[in-house]
Design a protein around this ligand. Structure first.
Ligand code: PGA
Length: 257
């Protein structure tokens, strides 16, 4: 069965300066390495979104995303950003439910489902992050945790919730730790996610891109991206290094030929 198109997305988290943003995006769009025809997304800290959107407009395949958004669409929510504001600056994606938001900012499955709903009501495409902790993996409840995180979304948003979204499987123990899931472990989790989604709606399950996230880098990308149910990567650390990020995009391009 043909695989879905690959999407390589960088999650810059709270990193960067005007100078580094300029260097990073210019390095990716400079055309020295041919990474056209591959779907690329970068999700900078929100203050850099206008700058990144402007620089990325020089290419036709680099899209911009936000790392988070507010459940509400406007009003007295100091410090928050609405989906309309994000749309206003030509973004295509919005990451929802990253484990750092879940753990450090107390975002429950319910809050994530509400945010997912707000994003889907807009023109943005949610990149929904799910994944188990080390303790959960060692207790053999990975699949239960993933199912629960997915069910929270469909319970709130209905069976068509996964029609227009991207899912990122990010084992919490692999994020920023340099410990990557083996390609087999990752494929197994991705296949489970797709099977679980198929119980909700078979067509959406086949079409949805499921990205792997957790210490993906220029060296391990090829093996991970070659797996049948891995449709790209959500990349933190390695997306801040232009050479590494370009190499991952190039690998994705080679695998897509
Ligand atoms: P990492 O981060 O690539 O640095 O592990 C991935 C993520 O948190 O999205």
């Amino acid at each position: 069965m043909a695989k879905r198109d690959l999407l390589i997305a960088g999650n810059w988290k709270m990193n960067g300066s005007k100078e580094s943003v300029y260097n990073l995006i210019s390095g990716v769009v400079d055309g020295t390495t041919d990474i056209s025809n591959i779907d690329i997304a970068v999700c900078p800290p929100s203050i850099f979104i206008p700058m990144v959107s402007e620089l990325a407009a020089k290419s036709n395949n680099i899209k911009v995303g936000a790392q988070n958004s507010c459940i509400e669409t406007s009003g007295a929510y100091t410090g928050e950003l609405s989906v309309q504001m994000i749309e206003n600056f030509d973004c295509k994606y919005c990451i929802i439910g990253h484990s750092e938001r879940r753990t450090l900012y107390g975002e429950s499955d319910e809050v994530v489902a509400e945010k997912f709903n707000t994003v889907q009501q807009s023109k943005l495409i949610p990149i929904l992050c799910i994944g188990e902790t080390l303790e959960e993996r060692e207790s053999n409840i990975t699949e239960q945790v993933l199912a629960q995180q997915l069910d929270a979304i469909s319970e709130k948003n209905g069976n068509d919730a996964f029609a227009n979204c991207v899912i990122a499987y990010e084992p919490v123990w692999a994020i920023g730790t340099g410990k990557t899931a083996t390609p087999e472990q990752a494929q197994q989790a991705h296949a489970f996610i797709r099977q679980h989604l198929a119980k909700i709606q078979a067509e959406h399950a086949q079409a949805v891109q499921i990205l792997y996230g957790g210490s993906m880098n220029a060296t391990n990308a090829r093996e991970l991206l070659s797996q049948q149910d891995i449709d790209g990567g959500l990349i933190g650390g390695a997306s801040l290094k232009v050479d590494d990020f370009v190499t991952i995009c190039q690998t994705a391009k080679e695998l897509s030929l």
